[in-house]
Design a protein. Structure first.
Length: 146
């Protein structure tokens, strides 16, 4: 039996405060002792994925640096010293609808902006089920369609 979150399209989104892999952080030793990159949080994030959740950004951009956060310290924005800690996870039903995903990084460069940039996804609409003329007719008269 499937877990209940697998029956309808679901998006699990937010700032998880975990950098899942080294691809999700600029090359740096300055975060080596930070909780964001420690084995335990990374393993817990991996457990979520192992439950069947799909990482939308990594699905469409498997190798690209897709940072969502740049600390205000040490000119990290100007140096593109970012991290990916904001995630959009899809259950299999939602993943089938995934069309596009990305990060609006230019928003982070606006004066007074948050240290996070918006991560986003595009999902196509669910296909509509076309009922046969006989089925529509039966519904109109209260009969059972055969």
């Amino acid at each position: 039996m499937l877990p209940s979150f697998m029956y309808a399209p679901v998006v699990l989104a937010g700032d998880f405060n975990v950098v899942p892999t080294d691809t999700d952080i600029y090359p740096s030793k300055s975060y080596a002792n930070n909780a964001l990159v420690q084995p335990q949080p990374r393993a817990l994030f991996r457990r979520i994925l192992d439950q069947g959740w799909i990482d939308a950004i990594r699905t469409l951009h498997p190798d690209a640096p897709m940072y969502t956060f740049w600390d205000y310290m040490r000119n990290r924005w100007e140096r593109d010293a970012g991290l990916r800690i904001d995630h959009l996870l899809l259950n299999p039903k939602a993943a089938k609808r995934l069309v596009d995903a990305g990060v609006d990084r230019e928003v982070r460069g606006v004066k007074g902006a948050s240290d996070h940039a918006p991560a986003w996804i595009v999902l196509r609409d669910a296909p509509t089920v076309q009922k046969s003329a006989r089925h529509r007719e039966a519904n109109a008269t209260g009969e059972q369609a055969k």
